[in-house]
Design a protein around this ligand. Structure first.
Ligand SMILES: [Zn+2]
Length: 318
């Protein structure tokens, strides 16, 4: 990429400069805060997004700190950071969905410029931030109601060169579990369709801004930028990754309360009891068991549950 002025929303950064601003989603009140760090030498364009789910704080904080710390004089190429994507969800402390339309933005990509708020948000983020990137990292964690063991999600694009670059990002990010799985309508699936190497990284949960998860994201982003030659230095060594190819999400069939019997990171065998749902009077509605062998990636830790709500996920094989 030749150094050139970069403009997204109200932010405009000449080569060797940094700018902050907002990216408006037309037809909605959503204004996404963003930073453009435009380097002083040629290099790749990396886009980083956080807060696609508004209650996943370690990723949001890592985006804020990374954007603030980058010095454009040290940067080759450019880094675009969207600090919080779903701003209404952030302020409402809404789980999964954008409160303006009740939809999960990470299920509606590529979006629709004349659709509902989440669809418009997805369209704007994709066209302005994701599609113009050469590499893409989307920061997540367990939502306000979820505990999880950190994992990175990747999706095969059908192009071996792109997939090798994607795995390169996943390895240097430093999270040992890498899940290869498709979530339709997600940020990273939209990127993969456009042959952009992309990872979605999950660390943190339960509404906490904990130092361990924050450090995981900060180190991951620093390593990705070093790996791509955007900032100087070699990536810190990271543990070998285990690639998990079978991902099972389990949803509740009942309205009531969920009582998990496992914790994130536990290894479970197919058919093993993982928890149960009970009604308002304490009667058991259903025993919930593991649909496959593997590691428990996340568990919902708030008792309230509705039909169709996620309860936990298991990925394998180990
Ligand atoms: Zn998320």
């Amino acid at each position: 990429m030749t150094p050139d002025t970069l403009a997204i929303g109200s932010a405009r950064a000449a080569p060797g400069t940094k700018a902050t601003g907002f990216l408006d989603v037309p037809g909605t009140p959503i204004r996404m805060p963003l930073t453009i760090v435009n380097g002083s030498a040629p290099g790749p364009l990396l886009s980083i997004t956080a807060g696609v789910h508004g209650g996943e704080y370690p990723g949001i904080e890592a985006a804020i700190r990374t954007a603030a710390a980058l010095d454009p004089r040290d940067v080759r190429g450019a880094v675009v950071v969207v600090h919080i994507v779903d701003v209404p969800a952030f302020h409402d402390r809404a789980i999964y969905v954008c409160p303006l339309d009740g939809k999960n933005p990470n299920r509606v990509f590529p979006g629709n410029p004349s659709g509902t708020a989440s669809e418009r948000l997805a369209h704007t983020l994709l066209t302005e931030v994701i599609a113009r990137a050469e590499y893409y990292v989307d920061l997540h964690g367990g939502d306000l109601n979820e505990a999880l063991v950190p994992f990175t999600i990747v999706l095969p694009s059908g192009d071996t060169e792109v997939d090798a670059r994607t795995m390169g990002l996943a390895r240097v990010y430093g999270i040992p579990y890498v899940v290869r799985g498709r979530v339709a309508g997600s940020t990273y699936s939209a990127a993969a369709q456009r042959k952009i190497p992309a990872i979605l990284t999950e660390a943190g949960g339960q509404g906490l801004l904990d130092e361990t998860s924050l450090a995981t994201h900060l180190r991951g982003l620093r390593n990705v930028m070093r790996h791509l030659g955007i900032i100087p230095g070699a990536p810190e060594p990271t543990p070998a990754v285990t690639v998990l190819t079978e991902l099972h999400w389990v949803a509740s069939e009942h309205a009531g309360l969920f009582y998990p019997a496992v914790a994130p990171g536990d290894r479970v065998a197919r058919g093993q009891r993982v928890g149960e749902t009970r009604d308002y009077f304490g009667a058991v509605l259903a025993e919930v068991s593991a649909p496959g062998d593997g590691v428990v990636l996340f568990v919902v830790t708030t008792p309230a549950t509705n039909p169709g709500d996620p309860l936990f996920a298991v990925a394998g094989p180990l």
